[in-house]
Design a binder for this molecule. Structure first.
Ligand SMILES: C[S@@+](CC[C@H](N)C(=O)[O-])C[C@H]1O[C@@H](n2cnc3c(N)ncnc32)[C@H](O)[C@@H]1O
Length: 276
């Protein structure tokens, strides 16, 4: 029955509700929610009850993938917008670490020139669910987007240097030791002027609703935490980055911007780049 529904109607619903091709209309540089394209603004007016009702018509596998990553196309648009603030242009080469079911990947692939997007995620099934949509498959093919199913954050086998790395809600769940591994391998593939934009959870909490840890210390998890969260002191992040020759900047404004639309996702945002 579900398949039948998906055949008669779901491609339009997919497009409207999902990590769809329409997601490619970028938010503006002005990054004011008031400055978003009309279609995005209209879509936000659709009551969440209706969105929830329509969601049932998505393919079950995609619903599962979306539930797994816990984000949606709006989150992807916000991530896309933050990357624009970090200098994203159509000619940028972008690596997304933890690309999930392509909520940010689709608008990025649409926007970027051919061959300029690479997504990394060990859970290949997530992007496969997104690519069940013919138009997503076509987009990926037309734009020559590439994917790696590795879990060490290492995309160096492709021999590409990236201008930007995006990683949303990956460091927020990683084991303590994975922070160093992430930075070592992500920095290996950035250009001299490259930037790594990542969300993470700061042990100190933030003004947008994150409590941080009770003692404001690193959570020191030995394993990947999911869907639980791991925490880092900003000083730990700074020291780890420093040992690799990287600088880090914490940008609370990115959290404010993101939580204006997604009030319950109060990740902290940091940007890493090479020391001069
Ligand atoms: C909370 S989801 C976020 C997905 C995506 N960034 C988004 O915003 O929709 C976390 C993602 O990290 C991926 N992941 C888990 N371990 C990873 C690893 N070692 N390297 C890269 N991605 C990983 C998961 O498969 C999942 O897609």
């Amino acid at each position: 029955m579900r398949q039948k529904v998906s055949q008669i109607g779901n491609s339009d619903l997919n497009a409207e509700l999902d990590c769809s091709l329409h997601a490619g209309t970028p938010l503006t540089e002005a990054h004011s929610m008031n400055a978003t394209p009309v279609r995005d603004r209209l879509r936000r007016l659709v009551p969440s009850k209706i969105k929830r009702f329509l969601r049932q018509f998505l393919p079950q596998g995609l619903i599962h993938a979306k539930d797994y990553v816990g984000t949606d196309r709006t989150s992807g648009q916000l991530q896309f917008e933050l990357l624009k603030r970090e200098g994203l242009g159509p000619g940028s080469k972008v690596l997304e670490i933890g690309c999930g079911c392509l909520h940010a990947g689709i608008p990025l692939i649409q926007y970027l020139e051919k061959g300029n997007y690479v997504g990394v995620d060990p859970n290949e099934w997530l992007r496969q669910e997104a690519m069940r949509d013919r138009r997503v498959r076509q987009l990926v093919t037309d734009k020559q987007a590439r994917f790696l199913s590795v879990d060490d954050f290492d995309a160096s086998e492709l021999g590409i240097k990236f201008d930007l790395v995006l990683s949303h809600s990956v460091l927020s769940h990683c084991a303590h030791g994975q922070l160093e591994q992430f930075l070592r391998n992500a920095s290996k593939v950035i250009t001299p002027g490259g930037r790594i934009l990542a969300s993470i959870r700061l042990a100190q909490g933030n003004a947008c609703g994150s409590s941080g840890t009770p003692d404001q210390e690193d959570s020191m998890h030995e394993k990947w935490q999911y869907p639980d969260v791991s925490w880092f002191r900003l000083s730990t992040i700074t020291k780890t980055a420093d040992t690799l020759g990287l600088m880090v900047v914490h940008i609370p404004k990115y959290t404010e911007f993101y939580t204006r639309t997604r009030p319950h996702e109060f990740h902290d945002w940091v940007v890493f780049f090479w020391k001069r």
